[in-house]
Design a protein around this ligand. Structure first.
Ligand code: 9MR
Length: 354
């Protein structure tokens, strides 16, 4: 157990002493994360969550920013005839307004969402329709969405090079399609912070380096990237120091940084995993603590937001994954019943500057 674990666990042990008998999971008296942190604390959400009063209560207590987990993606917005359907994303935007939460737009152009309607377009309409999609979506939420993941996940899975996709093929490679999406988004909203977002940047140093090189090149060419998103689906087995090292390099651009999708699976996806539950939980806490500390160590102006990819463990996309994750995974800060886990107390303490 690290020093941080012992400190963060202390209040819960004190509280346990007040109850009549120790229970299986100690009660943690978690302060409101959003009130504790000197930056917005985000969570992802789907419209289904809005009808769950326990989720609404938890989210309104602890979170000050919301990323639509699915409903603002191309696969949801674009109908078969190419028209756009904003009913679900509007509901999430309205929820944010009611709750006084910031709305974060996710995501405009993504290799994984090559909508069939776009695939079928004749070449001479492609650029116009691409621009129309980006412009219409960004303009709709202008003044409401504080930022956008303009391009998501451009770096190749193994970190060597960049993904080829519908967008890169039509717009002259990775630099071309990213530049185009950012230019249109900037024209559509002069205020929103525009992010290039990717994952495994801390987990895989090769991928982190490719991302940094891409950002450097795009900025040098005048691309209006004004924020850097690191998803942080953490691999809890990576060596200590790797997250910190990446965050320091990321900070070198001087741009706002968004930890945009934090979770930390306890499952490796391997057939045989001999780690005990206690070992996995300790690894998870250590890596999440390292990330939170590295984020806190950024210059205040660069701490744009710290977002977790789900409120309760039961809300996590990991539960549906077969290669890692799975039905027993517990990758988030709150358990299935919405009770804060020790890792949440660790994070709160770090955000409080302790
Ligand atoms: O968690 C999201 C899941 O519910 C969706 O089915 C999936 C496809 O739209 O996307 C998941 O979120 C991904 C995010 O948008 C981009 N980074 C990786 C996330 C997990 O796959």
């Amino acid at each position: 157990m690290s020093r941080r674990h012992i400190l963060a666990a202390a209040p819960s042990l004190a509280l346990m002493g007040c109850s009549r008998a120790p229970t299986a999971s100690p009660v943690i008296d978690l302060p409101s994360l959003k009130s504790t942190a000197p930056f917005p604390v985000g969570v992802c959400a789907m419209t289904g969550h809005l009808d769950d009063p326990a989720w609404v209560d938890l989210v309104s207590t602890h979170f000050s920013q919301l990323t639509p987990e699915w409903e603002m993606k191309m696969e949801r917005l674009v109908r078969d005839d190419g028209t756009l359907d904003f009913t679900a994303s509007d509901r999430l935007a309205d929820f944010c307004a009611d709750q006084r939460m910031r709305l974060f737009g996710h995501t405009l152009i993504w290799y994984a969402q090559e909508h069939p309607w776009f695939q079928a377009l004749p070449e001479d309409r492609f650029a116009t329709e691409h621009d129309r999609y980006v412009r219409t979506t960004v303009e709709r939420y202008r003044g409401r969405a504080v930022g956008w993941d303009v391009v998501n996940e451009p770096v190749a899975e193994d970190g060597n090079g960049y993904r080829e996709c519908l967008w890169s093929r039509r717009f002259g490679g990775v630099d071309g399609y990213i530049r185009r999406a950012f230019d249109v988004a900037r024209e559509a909203d002069g205020e929103a912070v525009l992010f290039l977002n990717d994952y495994n940047l801390e987990n895989n140093p090769t991928k982190g380096a490719s991302y940094l090189r891409l950002v450097e090149r795009l900025l040098a060419a005048g691309t209006p990237i004004t924020g850097l998103g690191t998803q942080s689906h953490l691999d809890i087995t990576i060596p200590e120091g790797q997250i910190t090292a990446f965050m320091r390099e990321l900070a070198g651009f001087g741009l706002p940084i968004h930890v945009s999708e934090l979770d930390a699976s306890l499952e490796s996806g391997r057939r045989v995993d001999v780690r005990s539950d206690a070992t996995r939980e300790s690894q998870q806490r250590d890596r999440v603590v390292e990330l939170a500390e590295a984020f806190m160590a950024l210059p205040p102006a660069q701490r744009w937001a710290f977002t977790v990819w789900g409120a309760r463990d039961s809300d996590s996309w990991m539960r549906l994954r077969e290669d890692g994750g799975g039905p027993n995974d517990r990758p988030l800060l709150f358990d299935d019943r919405g009770r804060p886990k020790p890792v949440a107390a660790d994070v709160a303490q770090i955000f409080a500057g302790g």
